[in-house]
Design a protein around this ligand. Structure first.
Ligand code: AP5
Ligand code: ZN
Length: 217
């Protein structure tokens, strides 16, 4: 299956993607995670991306599209993938369509996670991520680690993202509304969008998502 996950910052895209990718046996491709890996390795791409991410702005399309395409061409993504955080505007969606068309394949669905803004802010404020593996995500009240500041899975150090400040979150939400939400209409016109509520327990949301995707396959 080829799926795009869309939703505001803090909606739970990364959290859900980890479970959905496992259930569907497809790789989870997160452009945010790819940028953060480049930042921690201090690559030129990482340095460029950081200057945009710290302000809550989108990284320029040219480098983002090239990075995403490169990842989608890896052998593990030949039969499908779950895209998280890409595409993030209509130009990226058009570039993805062109790339898929060139390969003679299509998207199966676009899963839109809906969460009220006050909940998003709470989720982001309490988020803590493992330095060893970005799929190990915790929340100080909703899913606290057994030992404060330490990852339950691998004992790695938990940290708060640089772009999780109140000011940057406000900017990221604005960018989401103005630049990313239009892709829901773009894909809606192709009959690909399924919208679900991302409120409730993580496993309840996963079940809702799996049920919604079954209708798309
Ligand atoms: P990115 O990393 O994609 O961030 P985002 O879209 O802002 O989304 P988040 O990672 O903040 O949230 P999430 O929805 O994954 O939530 P999570 O599962 O962690 O992008 C960051 C930046 O990179 C962008 O601002 C941009 O600069 C750049 N970038 C990335 N892609 C780009 C692109 N395509 N083009 C240009 N620039 C790009 O959950 C949040 C918290 O809530 C966690 O603590 C979790 O434990 C908790 N939680 C999750 N689900 C639940 C639940 N059901 N109940 C209670 N708590 C929950
Ligand atoms: Zn860990």
């Amino acid at each position: 299956m080829r799926i795009v996950l869309v939703g505001p910052p803090g909606a739970g895209k990364g959290t859900q993607a980890a479970f959905l990718a496992k259930n569907l046996s497809i790789p989870h491709i997160s452009t945010g995670d790819l940028f953060r890996a480049n930042i921690s390795q201090q690559t030129d791409l990482g340095k460029l991306a950081k200057s945009y991410m710290d302000e809550g702005n989108l990284v320029p399309d040219e480098v983002t599209i090239a990075m995403a395409k490169d990842r989608m061409e890896q052998p593990d993504a030949v039969n499908g993938f779950l895209l998280d955080g890409f595409p993030r505007n209509v130009s990226q969606a058009e570039a993805l369509d062109q790339a898929l068309k060139a390969d003679g394949v299509e998207l199966d669905g676009v899963l839109d996670l809906e969460v009220p803004e006050d909940e998003v802010v709470k989720r982001i404020a309490g988020r803590r991520i493992c330095r060893n593996d970005s799929s190990h995500v915790f929340h100080v009240t909703y899913s606290p680690p057994k030992k404060e500041g330490v990852c339950d899975v691998c004992d790695g150090e938990l940290y708060q993202r640089d772009d999780d400040t109140e000011e940057t979150v406000r900017k990221r939400l604005e960018v989401y509304h103005t630049q990313t939400e239009p892709i829901i209409d773009y894909y809606g016109a192709q009959g690909l969008v399924v919208t679900i509520s991302a409120l409730g327990k993580v496993d309840e949301v996963t079940k809702r998502a799996m049920d919604a995707l079954k209708g798309q396959s």
